[in-house]
Design a protein around this ligand. Structure first.
Ligand SMILES: Cc1cc2nc3c(=O)[nH]c(=O)nc-3n(C[C@H](O)[C@H](O)[C@H](O)COP(=O)(O)OP(=O)(O)OC[C@H]3O[C@@H](n4cnc5c(N)ncnc54)[C@H](O)[C@@H]3O)c2cc1C
Length: 457
């Protein structure tokens, strides 16, 4: 039961604090998966999910750009405990509905507090206090399911003379009611989002210019493909592992097999260094052949009154300029974290198994792979979190904290959005393998008390 929001004493408002076992921050894929595993392992657990949005879905509630859909197969991107019944690639709205249906089916929705923003989480006297814009909560554990992007500030490269431009600039993360029908549209960017949205825009715009300074790997997916979670897991991992060992030959094979690749369209980085973009039933490849499409393989120089000027001097007329320039990476939702009143800088911590940070007791956080389904990792990490909590209960322990390793190391993720934000990441990652198969086995078989965690009574 939740208490009154405020207590009025001698004319002053005091915010009441509710005590529960676990606070989950975020009601996207990670938040719903976490709630499912907590309920399954601890039927009597008292938890609350807090989300600043008004609906379930996280990314899939926020992203509204034309053609929004998943990049990888839904066999592995769907929940194993409520398998996806739709086509191999899910559309944005359908994925959002599916996450919502899952939350309803497993009685999770009643535990969600919407429209509530977490401001800080503070650890003191063996408990977390989570401060929100409405009320505070205390709990033994907090689990951050806040995604990997800054949801308010996307990556928006700045070009000279922006105030001169009289058209509309829109980032894919904040699409709003942008109207592009019968207009001259420019899409800047060549990553997954640009490739996904291009066919829908091309269908309805007057003319479309794709500004793709650095091309991406694009794979085609057959929308009628039937498969299974097990086979897709095997196939994607085989593909990824072979891309690590046979970089050059795989590159040659892909280029040779697809007439799309030439000098201008072949990425400079190796296959699977970043998540490949996907074309569905050749939609991207067909769309870019339309007479109203121009592709420019050069960067932007500056804004002009009616459009943009490219670095080769060409001016593109553009009524709507879409910045498909990606997100700004952010861990822990940008929430202020304090331990014993000291504000924590995540860059001064070590990342333990991609699920805990050194010096932050009883705090878990989800992060995904660039080379495999986010949901699949959420599931194995949640199994591990539940095992850790069980171990603590059985041994009457009250806190567990990852140890600090010191020294900086290379990031284990090479995606642009991570490299841009290295100062917001832990300075060292350890026991984080970016490999689903390895983590699946290790999470299952390695000891909870593995020497890297400090447990206290
Ligand atoms: C277009 C697109 C396609 C993608 N396709 C794939 C794919 O095919 N496969 C794949 O694996 N991944 C894909 N991803 C990555 C995707 O983000 C993840 O798969 C997944 O949806 C992340 O889920 P999450 O629950 O961890 O975080 P999110 O979906 O980001 O949800 C985080 C939630 O936390 C809430 N929150 C954050 N901070 C606070 C706060 N301070 N207070 C309250 N609430 C807060 C947010 O409001 C949000 O609802 C895609 C991403 C995009 C944008």
């Amino acid at each position: 039961m939740f208490l009154e929001e405020k207590l009025r004493v001698k004319g002053k408002d005091y915010i009441m604090t509710d005590k529960i076992d676990v606070i989950i921050i975020g009601a996207g894929i990670a938040g719903i998966t976490t709630a499912y595993y907590l309920q399954k392992n601890f039927p009597d657990i008292k938890y609350k999910i807090i989300d600043s949005r008004s609906a379930v879905g996280g990314t899939w509630d926020q992203m509204r750009f034309p053609g929004v859909r998943a990049d990888n197969d839904m066999y592995t991107y769907g929940f194993s405990f409520n398998p996806w019944q739709g086509p191999i690639i899910g559309k944005g709205q359908d994925i959002k509905n599916y996450i919502n249906d899952t939350a309803e089916k497993f009685n999770i929705k009643k535990n969600i507090l919407f429209d509530t923003k977490v401001i800080s989480s503070s650890w003191k006297i063996n408990q977390w206090t989570t401060k929100t814009n409405h009320k505070n909560f205390t709990s033994q554990y907090v689990i951050f399911c806040t995604g990997s992007r800054d949801r308010d500030k996307p990556h928006l490269p700045k070009f000279k003379d922006e105030n001169k431009y009289q058209g509309k600039i829109v980032h894919t993360q904040n699409w709003g009611d942008t109207d592009y029908k019968d207009k001259n549209v420019t899409i800047i960017g060549s990553g997954c989002t640009a490739i996904t949205m291009a066919p829908s825009i091309i269908k309805e715009a007057k003319a479309v210019t794709l500004v793709q300074r650095s091309p991406a790997w694009i794979i085609n997916i057959d929308s009628h493909e039937k498969s299974s979670r097990r086979y897709k897991t095997f196939e994607v991992l085989k593909d990824y592992i072979s891309s690590r060992f046979f970089k050059k030959s795989l590159r040659k094979r892909i280029i040779a097999a697809d007439p799309y690749y030439n000098e201008a369209t072949t990425p400079s980085y190796d296959y699977w260094d970043q998540r490949p973009a996907s074309s569905l039933d050749q939609d991207y490849f067909r769309a870019v052949e339309s007479s109203n499409v121009t592709i420019e393989r050069v960067g932007v120089s500056n804004w002009e009154t009616r459009g943009i000027k490219l670095q080769n001097g060409k001016v593109i007329n553009s009524d709507v300029t879409v910045m498909a320039t990606g997100g700004n990476a952010q861990l822990l939702g940008g929430i202020d974290i304090f331990v014993n009143d000291k504000k924590i800088n995540i860059n001064d911590t070590s990342w333990y198994r991609g699920m805990m940070f050194s010096g932050l007791p009883n705090l878990f956080a989800h992060a995904g792979y660039i080379n495999f389904s986010w949901t699949a990792r959420c599931e194995i990490v949640n199994e591990r979190i539940c095992k850790t909590i069980k171990y603590m209960k059985e041994n009457e322990l009250s806190s567990c904290t990852a140890k600090y390793l010191g020294e900086k190391s290379k990031p284990s993720i090479q995606a642009n959005y991570v490299l841009r934000a290295m100062d917001k990441f832990p300075n060292r990652t350890y026991k984080f393998y970016q490999n689903y198969f390895v983590e699946y086995l290790i999470f299952k078989w390695s000891k909870i008390n593995d020497g890297a965690l400090d447990f206290k009574r």
